[in-house]
Ligand binder design. Structure first.
Ligand code: SAH
Ligand code: SF4
Length: 428
């Protein structure tokens, strides 16, 4: 990243106010001094082992084994790592831990959607949602506690950003979901051929290994936060999630949604390579400036050009344009025609996802009527662009798009208005 872009995205000062896009606070270290390995790559784990006293060869080998146990098998105790010498396991446990986000509350919607309120080690709350359907199970993962942006229709946008989530806290959501769904591979690893050492390791005799992951098949970075304002952590986390020897989810099953942080989009394509979703939501500067205020910084033309340049986009891997349906705001027939024109003009391999607005207390908009949503969808569809209407899921437990907001952060209307003003001032 050039220093210029770095400045642009990390510092949006508000005159006379505290900076609403703070340089994220570092994570408070664990009180007992042990290091949590979740979120770390093989190389990082090897470096820690080296630092703790292993020689280079042993550090590399141990890191490879531990990586596999952590992410592929989901174990939470070093004692369970049966191909690691028995004497070595307490050595690991004295220095390291295998963490999970703490679950504060778990809710299940009457449509099967589940929502978890999670807490970081330094006591910040964030949310994660699992949406099962007939053919897939999608985990909606958060990237930040709160969000620095304030899209006017989004409940998370009324929260003050507390901090970026670490790679461990991002990967930790996927690990936790697998724990809860009971979806770790079972049986012996003997066939996997990664045990080439130490005689006092226990022998795995059977070869009944079965991979798992049938319920959790897809990941969307659509929980709390703007993933491209936490680029490095999101990238490192997704690399672990995609690693063939780790959680092993294909990049084709992962979607990153951005509100339009244009300067980071090319890097997202090159360094992460997952599917891209863009929260477009409006086709004119006037309306998008109002409802997605980051538009004042990075406008529609620049955003669509960045989409056209997105590495890996093709007809086989289309970019999803998210469009929240707001009554009398962005839902006219003319908006639909303009949307088609713009997508064609930029030659975008596109799919439009129409999202009925999910209400929250004090929201300044209403959802478009079902008839108007249908009309809008038909106009886009008749132009040859796929335009499914997203079925709202988990509305009864506030788990649907844009409803995530932790209880600790619920504020009075006056406080919310003041925060929005602060955030908008920051965007200029
Ligand atoms: N910050 C990222 C990802 C999280 S939001 C982004 O904005 O893209 C995930 C999606 O939910 C976005 O498309 C967002 O615009 C949409 N959304 C937010 N609030 C909503 C609401 N109240 N109703 C419907 N969709 C909403
Ligand atoms: Fe943040 Fe996305 Fe909500 Fe906008 S829609 S406030 S970017 S979480």
């Amino acid at each position: 990243m050039t220093p210029q872009i770095m400045t642009e995205i990390t510092a949006m000062p508000i005159p006379g106010h505290i900076d609403p896009v703070p340089v994220p606070r570092e994570v408070t270290p664990r009180a007992d001094g042990r290091v949590d390995l979740i979120g770390l790559s093989r190389t990082q784990i090897a470096a820690l082992f080296l630092e703790a006293g292993l020689d280079a060869k042993a550090a590399k080998l141990r890191a490879k084994q531990v990586f596999h146990w952590l992410y592929h098998r989901g174990v939470t105790e070093f004692e369970a790592m049966t191909d690691i010498a028995k004497t070595m396991r307490p050595w690991l446990a004295q220095r390291f831990v295998i963490g999970r986000p703490e679950v504060v509350e778990a809710q299940v919607s009457n449509d099967g959607t589940r929502k978890w309120l999670l807490r970081t080690a330094d006591a910040h709350d964030f949310e994660m949602v699992f949406i099962p359907d007939a053919t897939r199970g999608t985990l909606c993962v958060s990237s930040q506690v709160g969000c620095t942006l304030n899209c006017r229709f989004c409940h998370t946008g009324t929260m003050r950003l507390v901090r970026n989530l670490t790679p461990g806290e991002i990967v930790g959501q996927v690990m936790l979901a697998r724990d809860v769904l009971g979806e770790w591979p079972r049986g012996s690893m003997a066939a996997l051929d990664i045990h080439d050492d130490f005689d006092d390791a226990e022998d795995d005799e059977s070869s009944d290994y079965t991979p798992d992951g049938r319920l959790l098949t897809n990941i969307v970075m659509m929980g709390m936060g703007e993933p491209l304002y936490n680029f490095e952590h999101v990238r490192d986390a997704l690399k672990v999630v995609m690693d063939g020897d780790g959680l092993a989810l294909s990049k084709r099953r992962i979607t990153l949604s951005t509100s339009g942080v244009v300067p980071m989009m090319a890097r997202a394509g090159e360094e992460i390579g997952v599917n891209l979703a863009v929260s477009l939501h409006a086709v004119t500067k006037e309306v998008r400036d109002e409802i997605v205020p980051i538009n004042r910084k990075f406008g529609i033309e620049d955003l669509l050009q960045a989409c056209a340049d997105y590495p890996g986009a093709s007809n086989a891997r289309r970019i999803t344009f998210e469009y929240v349906m707001l009554k009398d705001k962005n839902d006219r027939d003319s908006d639909a025609h303009e949307l088609v024109r713009l997508l064609r003009h930029y030659g975008l391999p596109a799919k439009v996802n129409l999202i009925p607005f999910n209400p929250w207390p004090g929201a300044p908009y209403e959802c478009s009527t079902p008839e108007q949503i249908k009309r809008f969808a038909k106009i886009v569809f008749d132009a040859g662009i796929s335009a499914p209407v997203r079925t709202p899921r988990g509305r009864d437990i506030d788990a649907a798009c844009g409803q995530l907001k932790t209880a600790a952060e619920r504020k009075s209307r006056a406080e919310v208005d003041r925060l929005l003003e602060e955030k908008q001032a920051a965007l200029g």
